[in-house]
Design a protein. Structure first.
Length: 133
């Protein structure tokens, strides 16, 4: 059976397949997560947001980042082009170990949200002193 490929002039079809909604043009919040012996550090890009437009919830070992700017609306409600729609986001991140939510800290500077979540005390490495007998 012969193989047929449908093409447009100079453009194979697979180059024009829809891409998943993501970091540019979608509502997915880009984050980086780092870990050391004592804590996890989550960094999220939230350009243009103010402190009161970001909320962080921690339950068990799941950190949820919620926020977004007020929707921009025209006074008469009519647009010729609308690209600045609702910028709300909610992203839940499950961390591999239990965390101590009561000691979590967050800061917002230059469009970067940084959340430091300490690991639970029982999940941190312990150093045991070796004694001579």
């Amino acid at each position: 059976m012969p193989f047929y490929m449908i093409t447009r002039p100079n453009r194979p079809v697979w180059r024009h397949m829809p891409q998943s909604v993501g970091f540019n043009g979608g509502s997915r919040l880009p984050v980086d997560i780092q870990a050391d012996e004592d804590s996890y550090v989550i960094t999220a890009a939230v350009p243009g947001l103010k402190l009161d437009e970001v909320e962080i919830k921690i339950l068990d070992n799941v950190v949820t980042l919620i926020g977004g700017a007020q929707e921009h609306t025209a006074e008469d409600g009519r647009y010729l082009l609308r690209e600045m729609g609702d910028s709300r986001f909610e992203r839940s991140l499950e961390l591999p170990d239990q965390v101590d939510a009561s000691k979590a800290e967050a800061s917002l500077k230059d469009g970067l949200l940084t959340v430091r979540v300490p690991k639970a005390e029982e999940r941190r490495p312990k150093t045991i002193e070796v004694k001579s007998l």
